[in-house]
Write a protein that binds this ligand. Structure first.
Ligand code: PHE
Length: 454
């Protein structure tokens, strides 16, 4: 068996895990659900959810991975005190969730690099309104060779990075891409703020209107907290399993959640200042980024350049997230079946590509195929993000809160502090949130996402 790799340093871990967290969820999904759910009030609820549920589960996942030094299935098996088989089944569901998410996530990720190329050719700077931009988008995404080509290219890129392993592949690319990502984002924010009329965007983002808040809004925010932090399916657990014993789990977890949240807010700033300044509708739905933004870019000087930068930003965000999911799958198979990394990467990428084809075609050829009224793409998203991830998060919280002993958990949390100091009070509040509050709230999200309560 290959020896387990470790991150070169804790910055490498923080950047790789933030790269996983920051993804399409921050730049594509967060702005449009904020737009649809009334802006600032939604953002405040989302921030609370991150703090009291997302962050505690995130820290629990890092802790599990570091303690077990194994991928999800093997980690749960080796740490479970009883019901080992049940936990192995749950670990296998994590694997399945990752597999499903990766298959459709790569489709949208593929569109984003496809859009970089379109923008560089000047094709995204020519629209006089949002309808024209959506027409352009519809033509592209219903073209089977365009979608499959970019989906394939994206998977190949991710596979290429993961092939080189944790330190030489993932950590190296995260240290290279995350700063570039940040610079592009800051440029876009400055540009957005400099537009006439940007203040309307600012008040949409920062002045809460509580009259729009419903119970469903709260649950939407809670569900997104999971997706955006990548928690509930063993991805962060896997990254945690490459941590050294001296690294500080608590600090890393807080940094990752802070960076992810900060970046979602910056993406919201860049997008809504532009959308409002140009008089477009903030509630543009899932098509906000692909349908509305190109029209916004078309109205302004230098629009093509900003369009290329924006879609490059989206592609980078998606790439560092896809590699984290692929790595979770890879490490699971390596740990379980003592397989070799290179073989596993190739086998998995081919199967993910094949499984993703129906999702890729569901905006064209297969548009009419519906499962419970949802397109193939939407049903994959619904099953994984709304059902499997909240359940996964619940099981992580239950595992760390109820299956492990409190001393074991605290021992692992503070193993990096040689003198045994470390903030006990903070750790106690974390433990309380994880053991009681998070499970109850997650059950609520889950019930709402399957439509039992509304
Ligand atoms: N957190 C990523 C995003 O916001 C998505 C993701 C989900 C990545 C689950 C890994 C695991 O886009």
């Amino acid at each position: 068996m290959e020896k387990r790799e470790h991150w070169g340093n804790s910055l490498g871990f923080i950047l790789a895990a933030s790269g996983s967290a920051v993804g399409l969820g921050n730049i594509w999904k967060f702005p449009y659900i904020t737009g649809e759910n009334g802006g600032a009030a939604f953002i405040i609820i989302y921030l609370i959810c991150i703090l009291i549920i997302g962050l505690p589960v995130l820290i629990a996942e890092i802790l599990l991975g570091r303690k077990a030094q194994k991928g999800p299935v093997s980690a749960l098996r080796s740490l479970a005190q009883k019901n080992k088989t049940l936990w192995v089944v749950i670990g296998s569901v994590f694997f399945l969730t990752g597999f499903i998410i990766l298959s459709y996530y790569n489709v949208i990720a593929g569109w984003s690099i496809g859009y970089v190329v379109e923008a560089l050719q000047g094709n995204l700077g020519t629209f006089s309104n949002a309808a024209e931009a959506s027409q352009f988008n519809a033509t592209l995404i219903s073209n089977p060779s365009w979608v499959i080509l970019w989906q394939f290219a994206f998977i190949a890129l991710g596979a290429f990075i993961v092939y080189f392993g944790v330190r030489k592949g993932i950590e190296r690319i995260a240290k290279f891409l995350m700063p570039i990502f940040f610079i592009i984002l800051i440029l876009l924010v400055i540009w957005g703020l400099s537009l006439d009329g940007s203040e309307k965007g600012l008040s949409f983002l920062f002045k809460p209107d509580w009259s729009t808040v419903r119970f469903g809004t709260v649950l939407m925010a809670l569900g997104h907290a999971f997706f955006t932090l990548s928690v509930g399916m063993g991805v962060i657990l896997t990254y945690g399993s490459y941590l050294n014993k001296k690294d500080n789990i608590f600090f890393s977890g807080i940094m990752i959640a802070l960076l992810d949240t900060f970046i979602a807010l910056l993406a919201g700033l860049a997008i809504f200042t532009a959308v409002f300044a140009m008089g477009f509708d903030p509630a543009g739905g899932p098509g906000l980024v692909f349908n509305v933004l190109p029209a916004v870019f078309s109205q302004m000087p230098g629009g093509s350049i900003f369009a290329s930068l924006f879609f490059l930003l989206l592609s980078i965000a998606a790439l560092t997230s896809t590699i984290s999911i692929l790595e979770m799958l890879v490490s699971t198979l390596m740990d379980e079946f003592k397989m070799n990394r290179h073989t596993v990467v190739i086998l998995l990428s081919i199967s993910i590509f094949i499984l993703g084809i129906p999702s890729a075609l569901s905006f064209g050829e297969l548009e009419g195929v519906r499962i419970f009224g949802l397109s193939l793409f939407d049903s994959m998203d619904y099953l994984s993000a709304n059902i499997l991830m909240p359940l996964g998060g619940l099981f992580i919280a239950l595992f760390v809160g109820w299956n492990l002993k409190r001393e074991e958990v605290m021992g692992e949390l503070f193993s990096g502090f040689r003198d045994g100091s470390g903030n006990r009070k903070l750790a106690n509040s974390w433990y309380f949130l994880l053991k009681y509050i998070a499970p109850i709230l997650i059950i609520l999200v889950f019930l709402s996402s399957i439509g039992i309560i509304q």
